[in-house]
Ligand binder design. Structure first.
Ligand SMILES: C[S@@+](CC[C@H](N)C(=O)[O-])C[C@H]1O[C@@H](n2cnc3c(N)ncnc32)[C@H](O)[C@@H]1O
Length: 290
């Protein structure tokens, strides 16, 4: 690929999605964009690149951005965050919320749905301990294509073997030839929508818990800070943010601080969690929800 072409795609991706394309990833352009060029009827990738220099078709640009996103995910990915959600966050919310019996969760880079459905299964299992509570899960992603897969809720044998406990597979999925289909009641707990993390988050409303895992790693520091700061405004004052294992707020923004004793969890600086040293939820994991 010509250097000027690389620059064009790097700038387009950065502007439309925040994704940073390093020179070391230039090989991805050929492999991921050649199928897009074919789909759009261009004889070569160079021909598509030349067309992009004019007034680019919005749908073509979306296809390019989608093709360059990494959608890697799995059920209960890394396991520990989901244990903390069940044992620390739910416990805290149950104790801390005596009047507003509601939990609004935002899964901000939902990919093909394994993360929001993992959360939904945990909530379903815990429901008996939350009489009268309302749980909502908003799951968003920049890619319509991946959101359609998520909405469908159909997974391969390989996908359900990665992290999903066998008892959950038996309880919440039905086999459909080679595939596994998630049950309608779990599906109904998740509300999907397209949302670009660069956009105004106020339109989404406020949340008690935000999962923003394994997406900030693709952005530069300024974009990370902007996303985290805007997320802070959408989180209730006692809300909790989950980041991926390779992600942190440290050195990026003061909008969040690490949740005491719980790796990967963050709370806002004035939050009750930090004032109590995380004591209410984190200190009592032995008495965690079953
Ligand atoms: C690696 S996946 C992470 C999925 C899941 N959170 C997990 O940890 O398993 C990253 C997801 O972020 C999405 N993404 C990338 N840039 C985005 C943006 N600007 N706004 C919203 N989603 C974005 C991608 O489409 C992809 O599905």
């Amino acid at each position: 690929m010509r250097i000027t072409d690389f620059d064009l795609y790097r700038d387009l991706l950065k502007e439309r999605s925040g994704l940073v394309l390093g020179q070391d990833k230039s090989y991805l352009l050929d492999s991921r964009l050649s199928p897009i060029a074919r789909k759009w009827g261009y004889p070569t990738l160079d021909a598509m690149t030349d067309a992009l220099r004019g007034v680019p078709d919005k749908d073509l640009v979306n296809d390019i951005v989608e093709a360059m996103t990494t959608n890697e995910t799995s059920f209960f990915r890394d396991n520990k965050p989901f244990e903390m959600f069940k044992d620390v966050v739910l416990k805290y919310m149950k104790e801390g919320r005596t009047t507003r019996k509601e939990l609004r969760i935002w899964c901000a880079a939902a990919s093909s749905g394994q993360e929001p459905y993992s959360i939904a299964m945990i909530l379903k299992e815990a429901a008996a301990q939350f009489p009268g509570w309302r749980f909502t899960i908003k799951a968003t992603d920049i890619s319509d294509q991946i959101l359609n897969q998520a909405r469908e809720g159909v997974y391969s044998q390989f996908e359900v073997q990665r992290g999903l406990p066998i008892q959950f597979l038996m309880k919440y999925f039905t086999q459909d030839e080679e595939k596994w289909r998630i049950s309608n009641d779990i599906k109904a707990m998740v509300n999907y929508g397209n949302f670009n993390l660069l956009n105004d988050m106020a339109t989404l409303g406020r949340f008690d818990v935000i999962f923003c895992r394994n997406v900030l790693i693709y952005f530069d520091e300024k974009t990370k800070a902007s996303i985290l700061e805007r997320m802070g405004k959408q989180l209730e004052s006692d809300g909790i943010l989950f980041l991926g294992g390779a992600e942190t707020v440290l050195g990026i923004t003061d909008a969040f601080k690490p949740f005491p004793g719980q790796r990967g969890l963050y709370a806002q600086p004035g939050s009750v969690h930090l004032a109590q040293g995380g004591a209410r939820g984190a200190g009592n994991t032995q008495q965690a929800l079953a």
